[in-house]
Write a protein that binds this ligand. Structure first.
Ligand code: GDD
Ligand code: MN
Length: 377
């Protein structure tokens, strides 16, 4: 049996502790070797301020969580949030920001690419009245450091696109490095998409009132250790975020992806039917049965990889997911036939019936599979 936990002789004298001024949120995914150097750099930069560090980790497998906890055990101003069954930079940062009561919050990458030396100036800008103070690479005095020309061009293009949705003029809306009033973030949270990487852009576009933005230039540094997680998925997520903002959130980004996958699945279905029927020479029923099965498998695999990349099923869960997805699609097909028949009976136009059935089937498949197959952990 465990020995009973003993309380300290003197109850904590809470009055001795000075109020927290700033919480620094650090998202991590396999950043073990950056943890200690980053905390040292932050301590140097923020000397004299009451601050805390909150790491938000999405299941690192390289010992990042252990490295953070080894330090957090000794210091109550270092904390770790471990997330399960969820992925994504924006939501990680948001959850970190909501886990503190500090009036001002900061977002900084773990890999030391953001120059922490400007944090005091960013913090001061917020104390002086800005809602958000952004570390920018594009204002005078800032730069992208050692980026290749192609990445600079892509980043500039994405920045120009962003101007469409932000209500405020910012030179670097893609920056992941900023300090903000916590209440400004809380006000925007209900409207935020949380898709992908671009939390600052999301914040500026989702705030119920235009935010007062200050900028401090810095030079983006090369990565210290580990590797970047920015891949082609990030570009796609970025477009979805913009779409989400342009349509005022009317169509969820996930549904757009799901429908696009479904359209691709239809092509797979027809292609396979053609091959099996006309190529292999199977009978229609056998060929179409196999073609439908193939397209369900295709839809499941692609949705799992793309649409639900933040909740990706693996191993045994993948097989179970395929089973429930097949079931959902089966019920969807029955509903689809039923609805199209009903509409056809009334309107007597074959394609109106067909379209109505397809629309209901697609929405059912999307809604039901999001509950059953890719349920939030
Ligand atoms: N918790 C969590 N979950 N952290 C993540 C995830 C995730 O899914 N993906 C990435 N991170 C963490 C990384 O561990 C790192 O600390 C930080 O987020 C940034 O990830 P990088 O992979 O280093 O991104 P980058 O350097 O390519 O992009 C940075 O610069 C961009 C400017 O071009 C980020 O700051 C972007 O937000 C910024 O737009
Ligand atoms: Mn990085």
């Amino acid at each position: 049996m465990n020995a009973p936990l003993r309380l300290p002789a003197r109850p904590y004298a809470l009055v001795d502790i000075r109020p927290l001024a700033l919480a620094v949120i650090i998202p991590t995914l396999n950043e073990r070797d950056n943890v200690a150097p980053l905390l040292q750099a932050l301590a140097r930069a923020l000397a004299g301020r009451e601050w805390e560090a909150i790491f938000v980790d999405d299941g690192s497998t390289d010992g990042t969580q252990e490295a953070i906890e080894a330090i957090a055990r000794e210091r109550r101003d270092v904390r770790l949030i471990r997330r399960h069954g969820r992925r994504g930079l924006s939501t990680a940062i948001l959850e970190g920001m909501m886990a503190t009561t500090a009036p001002v919050v900061a977002s900084i990458d773990a890999d030391m690419q953001h120059d922490e030396a400007i944090l005091p100036r960013l913090h001061d800008a917020v104390l002086a009245g800005a809602d958000v103070a952004v570390g920018t690479r594009y204002a005078k005095g800032g730069s992208c450091g050692e980026w290749e020309a192609s990445r600079v061009r892509k980043s500039e293009f994405a920045t120009r696109l962003a101007a469409v949705v932000t209500k405020t003029r910012v030179s670097d809306p893609m920056s992941g490095f900023f300090v903000a009033r916590r209440d400004a973030v809380l006000d925007a949270v209900p409207n935020m998409s949380g898709v992908g990487f671009k939390i600052l852009l999301d914040l500026l576009a989702s705030s119920p009132r235009p935010l007062a933005v200050a900028e401090v230039p810095y030079t983006f540094r090369p990565r210290q250790a580990g590797e970047s997680k920015l891949d082609s998925m990030v570009a796609l997520e970025y477009l979805l975020l913009l779409l989400d903002k342009v349509t005022g959130g009317a169509i969820p980004a996930r549904m757009i992806l799901f429908l696009a996958v479904g359209a691709a699945g239809l092509i797979v279905n027809l292609g396979a039917l053609d091959m099996l029927l006309n190529g292999v020479g199977l009978g229609f029923r056998a060929a179409q049965t196999m073609a439908v099965a193939l397209s369900i498998l295709f839809n499941f695999a692609l949705n799992n990889w793309l649409t639900y990349n933040d909740r990706r099923l693996r191993g045994l869960a993948w097989l179970r997911g395929l089973a429930t997805f097949t079931l959902v699609c089966g019920i969807g097909a029955i509903a689809q036939v039923g609805i199209s028949e009903m509409v056809y009976d009334e309107r007597r136009v074959w394609w109106v019936g067909g379209l109505a059935g397809a629309a209901v089937g697609a929405v059912w498949n999307y809604a039901a599979s999001s509950f059953v197959t890719w349920r939030r952990a």
